[in-house]
Design a binder for this molecule. Structure first.
Ligand code: CA
Ligand code: CA
Length: 402
């Protein structure tokens, strides 16, 4: 998980927010609180991102046409969210890109050029995660925030925003403001690499692979929010008959108590990845990935119930065995590394205790929601599987059928 960030201290002036907004947003400027120390590398990255955010706020502030283009492009939701990749955008709006680059070059807090920033972050992304429909782009200059290196949904209390005059503001990291904000940072969804000349042809691994939600109608996969389940609380498993050998597993629904525990408002909708692994066997054989599924949905949808009918895998016990490991991740971005993990499990239903080992991939900024073992012969007693508790609880429902 990402290490924590000490937000840059010193010289911070909490100025009145933009005219017309000050009255309703005072409570969104949070008091200064001690933050964990950022590493020198994170501090350097944040200086670069701050220079880009400042340059964008300044340039957008003086260019109504660019604002209108940005709003129009974001509303296209090319990857399923209000995202616009920076390189294709400036390839189509060259003068805007040149002005941003000139503003970055003039900024004394960084020695990097915009071209160098883009070579390090080729999928640099602009998004308008909240209040885009309220945004009168012809007249309103939005503040711009950057996603700081070391950002962590659980611990970061506030994020820095710049207005068009270069003033700094602090926004609450937990609670979305009620005005539009432009967010700059690495894309959470685009595939690498993106060539500057490619036009707006970048692909999203989410837009391509998402299994759309389905209306409830026949079959399981019902509501799993606490208001709609028989009982709330932790879920156990009991020996049951929810599976038949040589049938297919489907993912029917997902639920989170509080999506902001895993994805802040300025990161838009959640990107949920499920990796199902067949554990390592004897003789040093490696674990193998059976399924790698990606699901995205509105923030409110998953806090209610996200219903889907996504095929996961065929379960033939003779081939896949009795147990599979589930790893749930909320994908952000970053460098990807292998994680080796050993799951222990107790004796149950007449079977002895044991342990299994799996190796899975996670990026250094991703949020691991949870992981656990799913046994063929164990069925969730509440009808759903669950990890964590309280605000961080996450539930899912599977169905085994022809
Ligand atoms: Ca996240
Ligand atoms: Ca997101």
């Amino acid at each position: 998980m990402a290490t924590k960030l000490r937000l840059l201290q010193g010289g911070i002036s909490v100025l009145a927010l933009l005219a017309g907004l000050a009255g309703c947003n005072q409570d969104q400027v949070t008091p200064e609180v001690p933050q964990p120390t950022e590493t020198p590398a994170q501090a350097a990255t944040n200086r670069e991102l701050a220079a880009v955010a400042k340059a964008l706020a300044r340039t957008l502030g003086t260019d109504a046409t660019a604002r209108q283009y940005l709003k129009a492009e974001a509303r296209k939701k090319f990857d399923g969210d209000y995202d616009v990749l920076y390189q294709p955008f400036v390839a189509a709006h060259g003068e805007f890109g040149q002005r941003v680059a000139a503003a970055v070059a003039k900024d004394s807090s960084t020695v990097l050029t915009m071209a160098e920033v883009l070579s390090r972050i080729p999928t640099l992304n602009l998004s308008v995660p909240v209040n885009i429909e309220k945004w009168d782009a012809a007249t309103y200059a939005p503040m711009v925030i950057f996603i700081p290196a070391g950002f962590n949904e659980r611990t970061t209390k506030r994020v820095k925003a710049y207005d068009q005059a270069g003033n700094e503001h602090w926004l609450d990291a937990k609670k979305a403001p009620n005005f539009p904000v432009v967010v700059v940072g690495p894309s959470e969804r685009a595939k690498l690499p993106v060539a500057a000349r490619s036009g707006n042809t970048a692909k999203s691994r989410y837009a391509e692979e998402e299994k759309g939600p389905v209306e409830e109608g026949g079959g399981g996969g019902g509501d799993i929010s606490p208001g709609n389940t028989r009982t709330s609380g932790t879920t156990g498993t009991t020996a049951g008959t929810c599976r038949t050998d040589k049938q297919t597993e489907f993912l029917r629904s997902l639920w989170m108590a509080d999506v902001s525990q895993y994805e802040s408002w300025f990161l838009g909708d959640p990107e949920i990845k499920l990796q199902i692994l067949s554990p390592a066997g004897g003789g040093g054989t490696l674990s193998t990935t059976v399924v790698e599924g990606r699901y995205t949905m509105g923030r409110k949808t998953i806090e209610d119930t996200y219903r889907c009918d996504a095929r996961l895998h065929y379960w033939d016990k003779a081939f896949l065995g009795q147990v599979l490991a589930y790893v749930w991740i909320e994908e952000d971005y970053g460098d990807i590394a292998d994680v080796k993990f050993t799951f222990g499990y107790p004796a149950k239903n007449g079977s002895p205790s044991g342990s299994v080992e799996v190796t899975y991939k996670i990026a250094n900024h991703d949020d691991e929601i949870g992981k656990g073992l799913i046994f063929f012969d164990d069925c969730p007693s509440q009808g759903y599987y669950s990890v964590n508790s309280g605000y961080t609880e996450f539930r899912w429902v599977t169905e085994n059928r022809q």
